[in-house]
Ligand binder design. Structure first.
Ligand code: BTN
Length: 271
């Protein structure tokens, strides 16, 4: 696997160093350990399976063989409150790559999911390690993509809400080739972010997302909030217009889409 990825990667730094495992607890945890030992930015940790894959809100992330479970170590010059920018950027890159490679109608669901026809195909877990003074030492971007997975590998209660690339295409994909394409795109977008072009990434995120303009129910710390998702603010929080006309700002929670408004699934480059 290492050789094939190395041959396929034409990046400057992303994926130049790879750690590939058969089965570890969590690629994010191993990436954190490596980063704290000073490993170079762009290093990628991949595992065929994870015994303790982690999702958002301390949830378990099922990681059977056949998926693409990996974490990238980055050292961006951003403030901790800008971490969402990396998550948004990563979601844009995953969607672009799924569309470009396989013509799949992937969309982003706030804050960090990638869906196909409303079913989750990818989750992103960005974690930050800060110094005592509060500056970012490094960021771990963990990406879980249901690639060559049969839906029956998931528990019954999840089988209606998740999908995989294999399930959508009815055939297995070349995961190394997909990973190379994704890391290449990720490097390009990372450079864009580092050169101060988040606005253009955010515009693209908005064009690819299925949360804005939809009626949503958000289960969060404050209970359930119902309303229309209007926008994301400068901190990546979701702005929801409630039925009484007031606005509510949501920073974390599970979003349930009640109605889809978006019909155009084309990216700018596809139009
Ligand atoms: C979510 O949607 O809740 C985020 C899921 C993130 C899963 C990935 S798989 C690779 C990396 N290692 C982990 O333990 N989690 C992330």
């Amino acid at each position: 696997m290492t050789k094939k990825i190395k041959q396929g990667l034409k990046t400057q730094f992303m994926g130049k160093k790879l750690f590939i495992f058969k089965n570890i607890h969590s690629t994010n945890d191993i990436a954190k350990e490596l980063a704290s030992k000073g490993i170079r930015a762009g290093t990628v940790v991949i595992s065929e399976q994870q015994s303790n894959g982690r999702g958002r809100l301390s949830r378990r992330w099922l990681s059977p063989a056949g998926g693409l479970w990996f974490s990238i170590i980055l050292k961006p010059k951003i403030e901790p409150n800008e971490l969402f920018k990396l998550t948004f950027l990563t979601a844009v890159v995953v969607v672009r790559t799924l569309r470009k490679k396989f013509k799949l109608n992937a969309q982003i669901k706030w804050p960090n999911d990638v869906l196909i026809n409303g079913k989750k195909i990818c989750g992103i877990l960005s974690e930050v390690i800060t110094s005592l003074s509060g500056l970012i030492n490094f960021v771990i971007v963990g990406i879980g993509i249901n690639a060559n997975i049969d839906l029956k590998s998931f528990p019954k209660h999840l089988q209606f809400s998740v999908t995989s690339i294999k399930n959508e295409l009815k055939k297995e994909i070349d995961r190394e080739d997909f990973l190379c394409a994704l890391l290449t795109e990720l490097e390009n977008y990372y450079y864009l972010l580092m050169h101060g072009s988040f606005d253009s990434i955010l515009e693209e995120w908005k064009g690819l997302n299925c949360t804005l303009d939809a009626y949503v129910e958000v289960e969060g710390l404050d209970g359930v909030i119902k309303g229309k998702a209007i926008d994301v603010d400068q901190d990546g929080a979701l702005m929801i217009k409630l039925e009484n006309g007031s606005m509510k700002r949501v920073i974390s929670g599970d979003v349930f889409l009640k109605r889809f408004y978006k019909t155009s699934l084309k990216t700018e480059s596809e139009k």
